[in-house]
Design a protein around this ligand. Sequence first.
Ligand code: FUL
Length: 556
Amino acid sequence: MKPTIAALLALVAGLASNLHAVDPPEPFVPLPHSRQLAWHELGYYAFVHFNMNTFTDREWGEGTESPQLFNPTELDCRQWARTFKEAGMQGIIITAKHHDGFCLWPSQYTEHSVKNSPWRDGQGDLLRELSDACKEFGLKFGVYLSPWDRNQPTYGDSPKYNAYFLNQLEEVLTNYGEVFEVWFDGACGEGPNGKRQEYDWPAFIAQVRRCQPNALIFSDAGPDIRWVGNEGGDSSETTWAPLRRDEFYPGIPGRNRELGEGHADGTHWLPPEVDVSIRPGWYYHASQDNDQKTVERLMQIYYNAWGNNGSLLLNIPVDRRGLVHENDARRLMEFKAARDAVFSRDLAIGKPVTASNVRGNDDRFSAGLVTDGHPDTYWAADDELRQGILQVELEAVTPINHLVAQEFIPLGQRIAKFEVSARVDGAWRNVATGTTVGNRKVVRFDTIAADAVRFKILDALACPTLHTLELYAAPPSVEIQTAPAEPDGHTQVTLISDYPEADIVYTLNGSEPDPFGILYHAPFTIDRQATVKARAYFLGRGGVTPAVTRLDLGAE
Ligand code: FUL
């Protein structure tokens, strides 16, 4: 059979592109391990502090508490898993043992456990129930096992206690299926013999590797994930995944800033995890039932963690019933709705992209790969370059206020400085600057209606790569301002958006305003019985993205 013209052309094109083919960039060490790459995909999972302290209203127990006190009345791990799954979390890490030494599983090495509690007549195993619930709901299961143990008589007798801890690790890591993360706190104290315990960290780590080769180990010094250096939900604008790991050990004092920032010349890939509680305490206290962090603060924390090269481990203190408290569940869902409102629609996906340089002019590294939504493709520059510009054409004037950038981290973290600009009426305006990117950087800026966006890499430690550029428009907010008005009992209502060009729509009967509702033009008056709800929309400008604000003026 004769070759067709199309086949010949394809052959010639193939040969031509082979002539240009270059190798991918040399890896820039340190590189992430495959288990770390899998972890980077997670981003957001639950911490549950639930143990003896839940029943004594404390944060740290003494280790002398009677097991009789542990008695949840309605414990339901399926309710936890269902709630966290609906909230968009990917796993749960449970305090299997906290500093007071009480074990949530019937350990054969101590009497200080659920087996001597009234819960399930001493027959219960919370790790069994939780790991089963995680499997049922498709969540990952992780454990916090405190080395500091204020109950264990051998604590302080270092070799003996280390053997005890290794045995417990084995129990927890071999009886409950796959464990995705083992969380080590660095706290250390003196035992009953007055001696300070010396932990055998190399043995602890080897035990985890032996029992759960895919599990990530968290501590101040990793070896897989590092503490971010604070428990308040903050992070550093500059965040290198690499760290000079050998300078660190669990519980190291005085180096919190470096734990946040990492090191540009770090020797090991050791990205940060932001651990923070939704309430003031780690454990449940009825007095904090209304003290959840606001949605705004949770969003800020999410940007600090997930949006800054790390992940968010958000603690939800399960209550004395053994349930996620209604108020915490409600806040988790509000937080999810707020994330969805920002991140549900990538305005850059599939849009054309040009670059100042494409590695070897090779299509395998072309600019358009940053908006193709594919998990394995990336743009890369020529070896000698430390800069680069990528320009996304939006093809229509589009309001935007978030950019998400991701480096191709299997080849290491490289970008050290960047700038974002937007084209408005043919002129480029600088909207944000930043430093590191790594696995993910979320850049936020004031809403701007632009028809193109530039991501300018100003400095890198090696030739830059970029896996993804995404653009989003968080809904504009609406503030409802009120003032007394004539006749008596009437109120003047003014609606103000943080984005002046947004269209504000409102209702007076409590119903949700949709884009076809009453358009706001000027202040108006209402009587006491009205319920005003308002939303701002980017009507006809790259899609409808609503925000809702409500004001109830004494309606029923
Ligand atoms: C700390 C512990 O001392 C707290 O009680 C809590 O468990 C927190 C997550 O880690 O170091």
